[in-house]
Design a protein around this ligand. Structure first.
Ligand SMILES: [Zn+2]
Length: 82
């Protein structure tokens, strides 16, 4: 049994956990090793990172420009994709 072997499911959980807290070194190493041999997890990681960046931009936008009370921009739920 390889000590740094992780399944895709475990790596997915680690990538998400990394958004909230710093991972211990052995988890970071296992993550790196898995990313170098896996075809799908790096794609997932990129999605998480771009999502995080989008969220940060959105938060910064909210902080710099607090939403004014504007009845025109009430959210419409009718055109939401399934
Ligand atoms: Zn994987």
């Amino acid at each position: 049994m390889m000590p740094f072997h992780r399944t895709c499911k475990e790596v997915t959980a680690l990538v998400i956990a990394r958004e909230d807290r710093d991972l211990p070194w052995h988890d970071r190493l296992a993550l790196r090793l898995h990313m170098s041999i896996c075809a799908t997890c790096p794609t997932f990681e990129r999605q998480i990172i771009s999502m995080r960046n989008a969220m940060q931009q959105w938060r910064n936008y909210e902080y710099t420009e607090p939403p004014a009370a504007d009845p025109i921009h009430l959210p419409s739920r009718t055109n939401e994709p399934e």
